[in-house]
Every structure is written in C-alpha cells, then in structure tokens.
Design a protein around this ligand. Structure first.
Ligand SMILES: [Zn+2]
Length: 385
C-alpha cells in the first residue's frame, strides 16, 4: 500500500509537470516548425476551455500542448498544412479538428475562436436540488436530452448516450434491481455517469442515515468501495484541498471555498483509495468531497457498446518518448503510424474501457448561485466525462 501511494505521488507530480510543458516529441526526426496560437471556447463563444489538449500529429512527431486558464494555447508544430486537434477528456466526447497552415519559423494566429464541439450524445435526469443541465446547456451551449425514471429501468433507455448526468434528488426512489442492472452494464460497456449528492443512492444503494456497517439496499457499486451518510451540515468549507493534479492545473490553485447551502448532504465516511480517485477533500477530516473512478467492471450481458461511434475516429494511448502516456482520439487512417511507434488502442490506464463515474458532494443549485470555482469544477466534470 505504501509503495502504491509513493508511486502514485511520484506519478502525480510527474503528470502535473508534464501537463505544464509543451511537448515536442522527436519520435523519428526533426522537422522545420512554426507556431500556431489560438483560444479555445465552448459553443457559447465566451467560456474559455481550460486544460484542453491541443495537438498536431505528423508521420514523424506528435506536437502537443494544453490551453491555459484563459483557453489560450501556443503550439510549435511541423510546417505545412496540418490538422489541428483540440480535445478534452479522451477526445471521444468533446473534440474539434481544424485545418491550419503552419508557416515555418513564424507565429500564425487562428483567424477565429476555436470552438470545442460536442461529438457525443449526452442525457440528464433532472433533480430537485442540482441542475447541472443549466451549466451544460444554458451556460456552455451544448445539447443534452432530458430523461425520466423509465429510461434507467432498461439499458435500451440509455444505450444511445455516451454520458448520463444524474442530478441530486433525481428519481432516487426508483433505485431498484432494474436500475442496478441498467447502470452496471452501461458503465461497464463504456458509458460515463455524473452523480451528485443524494444520487449516491444509484451507486451504493438506499442509505439515508444508516451506519456504514449496515449493507445498503440495492445499488451497483460494491458498498465496500465507498460509504456516505446524509450527515453534511449547512456550512462553508473555506479551504477545501484540491488534491487532483489535473484539477490543480485546471483551477490554477490548490485550495477552494465550497458552500453547502443545505444540510443533510452525503458525507463520505469511508473510501477504498484503490478503487476511487479522490480529487477534492475537506481539510477538517480529510473526507473526500469529489471522487471519480473508471474501475467499475462486471461480466454481465453487456451491450456491445454504448453511445455514439464515429468509425472514422479511434481512441488510442499515445506513448510520449518521455514515458508519459496520453489518451488521444485520432483519425483511423493515422492508426497504423501510431501503432508503429508503440501506441495501443483504447484509453491509457483503463484496459477494461469502462466509463467514468464522477461523484460530487457539492453541485449546482436551482438558483444558480454557486462560486466561480465550483462552476469551473462542474465544467471540468462535464468536459472530462
Ligand atoms: Zn502515437
């Protein structure tokens, strides 16, 4: 266990530093280069996309960088007409490809804002307390389909969606063996879930206030991996620790203030750190406030795939020569070149290809009165599902 944490710590430090540097990866040889600059925004044309991966892949090299907190990037890449790729997450849900001309030894600015496109189908279950769809749709300018309780009783109801948002206070009383089977197969087959606060019920089952020793009724995630109780109080966590290197980069800081406007929120009492990645904690007791995993698996009768599939694109794990692997989604016709330099098909560090599950104790409010930091974290979850 100690070894694991040491390795994880080193990896985190390494990934953080790797994120901040522009990577020019001399796989096979030097090329004459120029610089492309631009700004990435969501379809509302005003929200900057932070920590978007921007890359140009040539037969010889992969040139990559990340946008800063203003959405700006500056990429050094091989001269000539190129495809500029912009993606968040694995690039399978949010990505844009632009035709650019890199002029040797010159800096060329994109003539327009680069809009990050949604290339997947998203859906949400409305809730009594959280309203993530107002950020997703009204604020960022993406589309999502509204579902009801019947949609999550059978895989057919959600199989066409790449990610489903389950708001706090959303049809929790419908948690049953049907929702268990549906969500279990959905995530194992690659579907991603955003789950907030009371909707923990969909993950570990109906719990309310019972002790963690008492088995939860229903739910599809093993109770042993995480346990929460509705013991949170109306309060402000003024210095919540941002422990995820990705989120630190995304927010440009290591602490944030989180306001819990209502009492009775799901406080995480116990967690298996091999199963979940903790991203934000309460310094008062180190309890996780935001967690995620892609470790859910099962061997049920899985649907062959969920969501949308563009057969002209493929998600791969690209090995930077520095040893840092990045998950990118590229044109299928570029696959042989990537395989030839040692890449593999599928996401990095996720051999089962399960979808992400994000669970957050804090969330949007129906009145929309949340801090900028909380809003940015919610945007991060949306763009990285
Ligand atoms: Zn590659």
């Amino acid at each position: 266990m100690k070894k694991f944490f040491a390795a994880f710590f080193l990896l985190s430090i390494f990934m953080l530093s790797a994120c901040k540097k522009e990577a020019v990866e001399p796989n096979q040889g030097a090329e004459i280069t120029g610089i492309i600059t631009g700004k990435v925004v969501t379809p509302n044309n005003r929200t900057p996309v932070r920590h978007a991966l921007v890359f140009i892949s040539t037969a010889k090299n992969l040139y990559s960088t990340y946008t800063d907190t203003e959405g700006n990037f500056s990429l050094t890449a091989a001269e000539g007409p190129q495809e500029l790729h912009i993606q968040t997450g694995n690039g399978d849900k949010f990505r844009t490809i632009l035709q650019v001309n890199v002029v040797a030894n010159q800096t060329t600015a994109l003539s327009d804002l680069a809009r990050l496109n949604l290339v997947a189908n998203l859906a949400y279950l409305a809730g009594s307390f959280d309203k993530i769809e107002s950020i997703l749709i009204d604020s960022l300018g993406y589309n999502a389909q509204s579902l009801n309780q019947y949609s999550i009783q059978n895989i057919a109801g959600i199989v066409n969606y790449d990610a489903v948002f389950i708001n706090c206070g959303s049809y929790n009383t419908f948690v049953s063996t049907n929702t268990d089977t549906t969500l279990a197969n959905y995530v194992a087959a690659g579907g991603s879930l955003y789950v907030s606060d009371f909707s923990m019920n969909f993950l570990t089952g109906l719990n309310a206030l019972t002790d963690c020793q008492v088995p939860r009724y229903s739910g599809f995630i093993p109770d042993s991996t995480v346990c929460s109780r509705r013991t949170g109080t109306t309060s402000v966590v003024p210095q919540a620790n941002i422990v995820s290197p990705e989120l630190q980069y995304y927010l440009g800081k290591n602490t944030m203030s989180i306001s819990y406007n209502l009492g009775g929120w799901e406080r995480i009492q116990a967690i298996d750190n091999n199963y979940w990645e903790t991203m934000v904690t309460d310094p008062a007791d180190n309890s996780p406030l935001l967690i995620r995993t892609h470790n859910y698996t099962n061997s049920n009768n899985l649907p062959q795939f969920v969501g949308t599939r563009d057969s002209s694109m493929v998600t791969i794990c690209h090995q930077l020569p520095s040893g840092h692997p990045i998950t990118i989604t590229v044109n299928a016709n570029a696959l042989p070149a990537h395989l030839a330099h040692g890449d593999s098909v599928g996401m990095c560090n996720n051999t089962s290809n399960a979808g992400w599950i994000y669970f957050t104790t804090f969330h949007n409010e129906h009145n929309g009165q949340i801090s900028e930091d909380v809003k940015h974290i919610l945007e991060f979850m949306i763009l990285n599902l």
